[in-house]
Design a binder for this molecule. Structure first.
Ligand code: ATP
Length: 201
């Protein structure tokens, strides 16, 4: 199994790259998505969140009220640690199960937004960094995703710099052009990953 870390700043295009790698045969593991799945209605995770934070963390339809939970945990590091103590092990179990089910020749791509921030590059056989200027990412977040400019800027400022991320890259996907350019670059990187996986086999 070849383990590939995929990272990039908010709005850089990680999701677009991950989708194209999946189309080519990669097994994509998105920890943020799994973190949402482990607290879906009916899960042990949601029951534990409610036990720790109260029924008021549920919406009327019984799903997790993320906005309310977010305003509680981001104002209080201890409560954030409590939430992480519930969610992280469940995510870890799920990731381990997905990995165990992957065939030996699988190319597994981990979508890790905070790979640089958390110093995780050594966990992977290769690191892909999706790169775009702050201006381009801000424009995408505001225009395409409807985020406020202040919110988008604050999130970008809380993340690692482009330089810090690029320093970790084995493969860079520059993403300031068209999605067709992105597609072509992903094709090149996929070929390189296939070669790397074959050399190890
Ligand atoms: P986040 O960190 O918030 O998860 P991300 O890195 O996964 O973001 P995407 O969701 O892939 O970023 O891209 C952000 C938005 O910009 C999406 O709506 C996406 O479709 C759009 N986008 C990404 N790349 C391009 C491009 N080259 N041309 C046009 N739109 C793009």
């Amino acid at each position: 199994m070849l383990k590939v870390g995929l990272t990039g700043g908010i709005g850089s295009g990680k999701t677009e790259v991950a989708r194209r790698l999946a189309e080519r045969g990669a097994m994509v593991i998105d920890a943020d998505q799994i973190a949402r799945e482990v607290v879906e209605p009916g899960t042990e995770g949601l029951a534990r969140v409610v036990a720790a934070f109260g029924e008021e963390m549920l919406t009327e339809s019984g799903t997790l009220n993320r906005e309310r939970l977010g305003s509680v945990v981001f104002a209080d590091p201890e409560r954030l640690a409590t939430l992480n103590g519930i969610v992280h092990p469940l995510v870890g179990e799920r990731v381990a199960a997905l990995q165990a089910a992957a065939p030996d020749d699988a190319i597994v791509v981990y979508d890790v937004p905070l790979l640089a921030e958390n110093g995780l590059s050594r966990m992977y056989d290769a690191v892909i960094v999706v790169d775009a200027s702050d201006e381009v990412r801000l424009e995408r977040l505001v225009r395409v995703r409807g985020m406020s400019e202040a919110d988008a800027k604050a999130r970008m400022a809380a993340q690692a710099t482009r330089e810090a991320r690029l320093a970790l890259a084995d493969h860079v996907v520059p993403n300031e052009g068209s999605l067709a350019d992105l597609e072509a670059r992903v094709g090149e990187i996929w070929a390189a990953l296939r070669r790397q996986a074959a050399e190890r086999a």
